[in-house]
Design a protein around this ligand. Sequence first.
Ligand SMILES: Cc1ncc(COP(=O)(O)O)c(C=O)c1O
Length: 507
Amino acid sequence: MDITKLLNTLGGKLPRPVARSLEAGMQKIPGVKQKLDAEYSRLLEELEPDLKPYRGKAPEFASLPQQGMSREEILDLMRRLDEPEEKRWKEGYASGAVYHGDQKHVEFINEIYALNSQSNPLHADLWPSTIKYEAEVVAMTADMLSAREARRIDPTAQVCGVVTSGGTESILMAMKTYRDRARKERGITRPEMVLPVTAHPAFDKAAQYFGIKPIRTPVGPDFRADVEAMEKAITKNTIVLVGSAPGYPHGIMDPIPEMSDLAHKRGIGFHTDACLGGFVLPWAEKLGYPVPVFDFRLPGVTSMSVDTHKYGYAAKGTSVVLYRNPELRRYQYFAATDWPGGLYASPSISGSRPGGLIAVCWAVMVKMGVDGYLEATRLIMKTAERIKQGINEIPELRILGDPLWIIAFTSDELDIYRVLDAMSGRGWSLNGLQYPPAVHIALTLRHTQPGVAERFLKDLRDSVDYVKKHPEERGGMAPVYGMAASLPFRGMVDGLLRRYLDLLYKV
Ligand SMILES: Cc1ncc(COP(=O)(O)O)c(C=O)c1O
């Protein structure tokens, strides 16, 4: 890692914009780019065996088999691959990832999907059942997020929405909606969004895809958005402010009431990203946990993203994007009137959509009901209390901010990435964070199973002890995380990430 180390040392002493232009210049020096490429290749080669564990152990296809495999062979093979993977998520070793996962729940989902696997809401005439399911998923989600109360406070509020493929698509759609509205109603051609550094990268994706300039603002020492900084960042081109309920990195609620007041006062949109919290916070509030208002009860909240495929406990592949009124939602839609293929209209990015997943989402929501979601939330919040207490009892660790059920921790004495490595060695799949270096666990129903919280805390204590006793040890992912988090040359990290994606597609 010589060249990155050298650049790191040089660049670490420079302000970020200077480092960035230096990096761009350096990449043009003959030999530097090649050296970097060689270094990426070396780093990725080390990762490859972990990413491709089935090489040589299962049939591989870089082209279609001449004769199709038999059903039995395929099922046998898939069962064989699934078995070792299932253990980790089923037994609660993963942060987030699988949010419910009980055997009976999974079987129910599979049965519903089997009934609806051919359906596609693009063909409303063929599958009016799917149209009903989608409309009701949106209505139930809106109701859970205070649509009725919003209407009582503000008679123009008529909360509505669309089912999308996931949190990212919900966010993409909301940002496109604000861009198109601002262009039409305010003549804005250089739109900007203002959002705290902690908001999900899906907003950057939306910015890149739709030509919106993202203005990232700092968070305070409590990891909550700095509302004053957001106010200062607003210009005549600002189309939307964003807040998270809660944010992915630290599980912390942004001060949504203040942020939405600011947006309301300035006449711009406000999006609450409740991808993580949408199906937890309403119930946590009812259970008496301190949850600030984050939904359509706030007059400034004009849209929300809420993931049914996380704490809604549906199968992967659905989320809901909600709008304060149908006029706003209409900016999301796409319509083509002059195509020889006929009149065409579609609500979101995809054309054809998996009706089976919408049906599953509907079935899971009506199966869970209020009581089911309340109980699930009670279990998760109780487990979170136990885990926060346990982490607080480890003197080398420190929890970041005051989180609810997504808990980030760091260490002032140890390399937290080495603790992460030691946890991975014990089977855990936790998430590494940066700025500051930290690790988080997003608690799900998997962690509420008997003994899981205790096992997590024991493994965490053992991992901390191990790192303390072996300060010199190197290897694992810690140096990669460490390098990526501290390198001022972000273009290099960007290059590495793109090469990592290439690797995933290597057969
Ligand atoms: C707060 C938040 N917003 C958005 C997303 C994006 O969701 P998805 O991965 O479903 O696209 C996530 C994912 O973890 C998230 O935590």
